[in-house]
Design a protein around this ligand. Sequence first.
Ligand SMILES: Cc1cc2nc3c(=O)[nH]c(=O)nc-3n(C[C@H](O)[C@H](O)[C@H](O)COP(=O)(O)OP(=O)(O)OC[C@H]3O[C@@H](n4cnc5c(N)ncnc54)[C@H](O)[C@@H]3O)c2cc1C
Length: 493
Amino acid sequence: MGYDAIIVGAGLGGLASGVALAAKGKKVLVLERMDFIGGRCSSKRVDGWTMDIGCHFLFGCEHGSFGDAARRIGREIKFFHPTDYRLKVRDSMLEFDWESIVVTRPGSDTVTINTGEAYHGMMDHVPRPLISLARLMMTPLLPRLGKIASPIINRMDNITMKEMLDRYMTWPAVRDFGEFFQLAGFCTPSWLTAYSELMRTGLGFVGYYKPGKMKPAELMGYPIGGLQAIPDTFAEGILERGGEIRTGSNVKKVIIEGGKAAGVELESGEVIKSNVVISNGGIKETVRDLVGEDQFDRNYAEKIEKLVPGISGFTLRAQMDSKISDLELGFNIPVPDCEEYFHELWDRRIIGDYAPPVMLSSPSNMDPGTCPPGKQIILAVGSSMLHTDDDHNKIEKYAIESVDGIIPGFKDHIERCDLMTPKTYAAFGEDDAPVIGIAQSIGQVGKNRPSSVSPLKGLFFVGGEAGRGISGVACDMATNSGLACGDYILKKL
Ligand SMILES: Cc1cc2nc3c(=O)[nH]c(=O)nc-3n(C[C@H](O)[C@H](O)[C@H](O)COP(=O)(O)OP(=O)(O)OC[C@H]3O[C@@H](n4cnc5c(N)ncnc54)[C@H](O)[C@@H]3O)c2cc1C
């Protein structure tokens, strides 16, 4: 049976390209080397526990690329949208929701700023017809903002986030939060992140936002059913439309005939033909290992080989003996100097002798169905690099200390805990096991981001490292890359 397209890899990028094609009646074959789908956005379900792999917390949600992809196949993915956030920078604790901000500093009183009251009080003085008029004017304008602003944003491609943080975030605790928050979103340290990506991502979210129809909190969330709900939904849509998905199928080679894609060869030796091959297996790895650099113009092959991957990460996944915290999403930054910490990590590949900065979440507080009754899951993600001087036990010890610093008593209630490091994530095949492909470094964003369209006819790239002009936060960006590539193929071929 012939396939309109073969997709190498069932990560979000690959599956989203499959969704775009299958939704328009194309027959696709997805080949995944692992025995599960979803790549770095997946979950393992064992004994009533749904433990996520890689990713934790999503942006855009039903209003962004995940909702877009699901609607194309007549499906829906439901999200929990947290409203309570907890941030601790060294000794200062900040808790906020959409109504109030509570700041607790050691040796001083707790200060509560009631933002909800202030907002409603202010709005009570604005005549209702004026609010309706503002909404009416904003609604058609919002999706166009990106286009209007893009020439200005393009000029910021060579300004780093560090320059902006140094200029505008001078209070050390806020500076440290800025450093870690931008790294959590863009997966590069601030001296490498292109400032323009903050603007593009922000405008992307403004584009998702429907004033009057939703709350801003709905732009962030956790999928009901765990992370696996997203790849599973995409896969169901592909299968329903006659597509095929084969796990345990490692693609060894992309076959090129006469300068055009002609199919793939699996590790087992099986050859499958198609004149469209979409690779979710990493752009560098596809050009170098699956196709062979000799098939490309030398300049192109060199340019791709020089792409710099983003930072890598670790995930501490704890199954708790009881529910010990109401935390939904939090950050703990215990290190004395966050930028210095990331320099040690990025430049010298050294994990310091500190409890590291971590982003925490409790999936079971957002979806109680992810763990057995009365128990709790707590996840913490931090930064790491492949080939650091660290050892597994050292990261685990310090990561537990970091979580305990924001959820006191954490370490006394762990029933089972495991750690995934860059070595674990390397199994998905990308050099240096980055959190998100080539991420958002200066020189690799906007019009300099590698195109999904390769110089070889019929060969395409999707995921965290491809798609000219594609931006956003990690999973949302990978999904957008896949959808845009699928749409391009439908239009051009
Ligand atoms: C620790 C960590 C924390 C993260 N936290 C978040 C977060 O909170 N929010 C967020 O939005 N994102 C987060 N991310 C990032 C997010 O998970 C990724 O950006 C996203 O899942 C990448 O999707 P992808 O399609 O580009 O690649 P992948 O998910 O890597 O998919 C590629 C797939 O291709 C397969 N493959 C590769 N080569 C072959 C081959 N030759 N043959 C067959 N199959 C092949 C791989 O096995 C894999 O399944 C995190 C990632 C990590 C590692």
